[in-house]
Design a protein. Structure first.
Length: 328
C-alpha cells in the first residue's frame, strides 16, 4: 500500500515538474506549459464573455433602439472583437507579461503575414472594412461575380451568403473589396424588372400594351408606385419587340415574380388573339448561268436515268407463253 502511495506521489511530482518546467523566455518572462495552458484558458474565457456581451447588446439594447438588422450585426461584431482584444491584453497583463517584450514576436508575425499569411491578413483587413464602412450588411440581397444571395453573417475573415436555392456559401472578405458588388438592398430595395415580349407583325400595339399592363396588375409582388410601363423597343426580324417594366421591393423574389408574370402575359395575349411568332427567314436565290447549267445538267441526268430504267424494266420483263400461243 505504501508503495502505491509513493508511486502516485512520484507521478504527481513528475506532472508538476512537466507543467512548471521552463520552455522558453520572452523578455524577462519565463514560459512553462502550465502558464501557456492558463493563458489559453483565460483567452478563451475572454472570447466567450465578449461574445455573450456583444449578443446581449445586439438583441437587448440595439434592437430596442430601432436599428436595422444589418447595422446591429455590424456594430455587435465590432464590439465583440474589441472586447476580445481588450480581454486578451488584460490576460497578458494579469499573467505579468510585459507587452513591450512581445515586439520580437510581433516582428516574426509580421514577416509571416508578409509571406504565408498574406491572404489571411487581407481577409482580416477587408472584414474590418466591411464592418466599419458597411457597403453590405446582414440581410442585404447582393450579387458578386456569379453569386446571388442574402448576406447572413459578416465575420472578421469571411462572409456567409445564402443563395436563392438555400445553399450557404462562405465567401472570403477580400472578394467584396476587390470586386464590383451589386447590392440590391442598398438604401432602397426597390428595383426594376425588364420582361421582353415579341408579337407578330400586324398586331395592334395598343392591344399589346393593354395585355401587358393587365398581366402586371395581376401580380401581387408588383408595386403600383412606380406604376408598370410598356416600351415599344424595336422592329425585329420576325416580331414587334415590346418590353414590360415593373418595380418590386423584394429583389430576392425576382425570379418567382418573373415566372408568374410570364404565365399572366401568355394568358392575356392568348385571350386577345395576339400571336407570339416563330423566327422567320426569307431566302433569296440569285439565278446565274453557272447555277442554271448545273440545274440543266442535273435534270438531263435524271431524265436519262429514268429512260434507262424504263428500258431495263421493259427488256427484263418475262414473256409468258400460253399453250394456244403459236408464236415462237
Amino acid at each position: 500500500m505504501n508503495w502505491i502511495v509513493i508511486q502516485a506521489q512520484e507521478i504527481l511530482k513528475d506532472l508538476s515538474h512537466l507543467f512548471t518546467a521552463e520552455l522558453f523566455v520572452i523578455g524577462d518572462k519565463h514560459f512553462s506549459l502550465g502558464l501557456i495552458a492558463t493563458l489559453i484558458l483565460l483567452a478563451l474565457t475572454a472570447f466567450v464573455v465578449s461574445r455573450f456581451i456583444s449578443e446581449w447588446i445586439n438583441r437587448g439594447v440595439l434592437a430596442r433602439m430601432g436599428m436595422s438588422r444589418g447595422s446591429r450585426e455590424a456594430l455587435a461584431a465590432v464590439i465583440h472583437y474589441l472586447l476580445a482584444a481588450l480581454g486578451f491584453v488584460i490576460v497578458l497583463q494579469t499573467a505579468g507579461i510585459n507587452l513591450s517584450s512581445l515586439t520580437v514576436f510581433a516582428g516574426v508575425v509580421g514577416i509571416g503575414v508578409g509571406f504565408g499569411l498574406q491572404n489571411l491578413a487581407s481577409n482580416f483587413i477587408s472584414g474590418l472594412t466591411l464592418l466599419v464602412e458597411q457597403p453590405i450588411k446582414v440581410g442585404d440581397f447582393i450579387e458578386v461575380d456569379d453569386l446571388l444571395g442574402t448576406v447572413e453573417k459578416i465575420s472578421i475573415r469571411s462572409t456567409i451568403v445564402r443563395t436563392i436555392d438555400g445553399v450557404f456559401v462562405i465567401v472570403p472578405n477580400i472578394r467584396f473589396v476587390e470586386n464590383n458588388i451589386i447590392n440590391w438592398s442598398y438604401q432602397d430595395p426597390t428595383c426594376c424588372i425588364h420582361i421582353p415580349v415579341g408579337v407578330a407583325y400586324g398586331t395592334e400595339p395598343v392591344l399589346v400594351t393593354e395585355a401587358l399592363l393587365s398581366a402586371a396588375r395581376m401580380e401581387s409582388g408588383v408595386l403600383y408606385n412606380p406604376s408598370p410601363k410598356v416600351w415599344f423597343k424595336s422592329f425585329g426580324d420576325s416580331s414587334l419587340n415590346f418590353e414590360l417594366l415593373v418595380w418590386i421591393n423584394e429583389p430576392e423574389n425576382s425570379d418567382p415574380i418573373k415566372s408568374t408574370l410570364h404565365f399572366h402575359i401568355e394568358h392575356e395575349l392568348r385571350q386577345r388573339g395576339i400571336e407570339i411568332p416563330f423566327p422567320q427567314r426569307d431566302i433569296n436565290i440569285r439565278y446565274s448561268e453557272a447555277l442554271g447549267a448545273w440545274f440543266d445538267k442535273d435534270n438531263s441526268g435524271e431524265e436519262a436515268n429514268g429512260k434507262a430504267r424504263r428500258e431495263t424494266t421493259t427488256s427484263s420483263s418475262p414473256k409468258l407463253k400460253f399453250p394456244f400461243d403459236k408464236s415462237p
